[in-house]
Design a protein around this ligand. Structure first.
Ligand SMILES: Nc1ncnc2c1ncn2[C@@H]1O[C@H](COP(=O)(O)OP(=O)(O)OP(=O)(O)O)[C@@H](O)[C@H]1O
Ligand SMILES: Nc1nc2c(c(=O)[nH]1)N=C(CO)CN2
Length: 169
């Protein structure tokens, strides 16, 4: 069993279809997907607003490195260009946490788990809380992590705008 929490974001091109491409690839491996939230850019770079979604998926045959490779494949397909750190992007897909069934820890530079900046990103945590109210990240309840964020961060996560189309169950 390998359960993963993925965060996807886009602020270039057709933002919704970039996020939809993640759901299309995951297909029936998706356990749940948050709504799509319009979010203010995090990280200090002046740029357009993002659309963000958090997804939980399960695939017994995939380990955390397989999930990372899948994220990179999806970014590559969306013609993602890596230039400005935390800058504009067609598609960014991050591995937030993996459970096997206990939460996997990794300090490898190419795969840090849990994702080291997720705990301060409302655009990851607020959608996650929507689909998994009892979630924990690195041993702390996601609900508590959200409560510890400042009003500016929380306020940056706007209304839900759309929902992804998921395979029929
Ligand atoms: N949990 C993780 N999820 C995704 N990438 C990770 C993770 N841990 C380490 N990385 C590495 O981070 C590198 C940079 O990833 P990326 O370009 O998506 O960063 P970013 O989105 O600009 O910033 P951030 O890492 O803060 O989200 C990648 O080479 C990837 O291997
Ligand atoms: N709101 C928001 N801000 C960001 C995002 C993102 O997905 N959403 N991704 C970033 C690169 O990791 C940098 N800043």
């Amino acid at each position: 069993m390998s359960r993963v929490v993925l965060s996807a974001g886009s602020n270039m091109g057709d933002r919704l279809s970039h996020l939809q491409s993640v759901a299309d690839e995951l297909g029936d491996r998706i356990i749940s997907a948050s709504h799509v939230y319009a979010t203010a850019p995090w990280g200090g770079v002046e740029q357009d607003d993002f659309y963000n979604v958090t997804l939980i998926a399960d695939d017994p045959g995939r380990d955390p490195w397989d999930w990372l490779r899948l994220c990179h494949l999806l970014e590559w397909r969306a013609d993602r260009v890596r230039d400005v750190r935390w800058g504009p992007r067609s598609l960014d897909v991050d591995v937030i946490a993996c459970y096997d069934p206990a939460e996997v820890r990794s300090r490898h530079h190419d795969l840090e788990l849990p994702h080291p900046r997720a705990r301060s990103r409302a655009f990851v945590l607020v959608p996650w809380l929507q689909i998994e109210p009892d979630a924990t990240l690195g041993g702390t309840a996601v609900r508590e992590l959200v409560a510890a964020l400042g009003p500016a961060e929380i306020g940056g996560v706007g209304s839900t705008t759309h929902s992804l189309t998921l395979p029929a169950r």
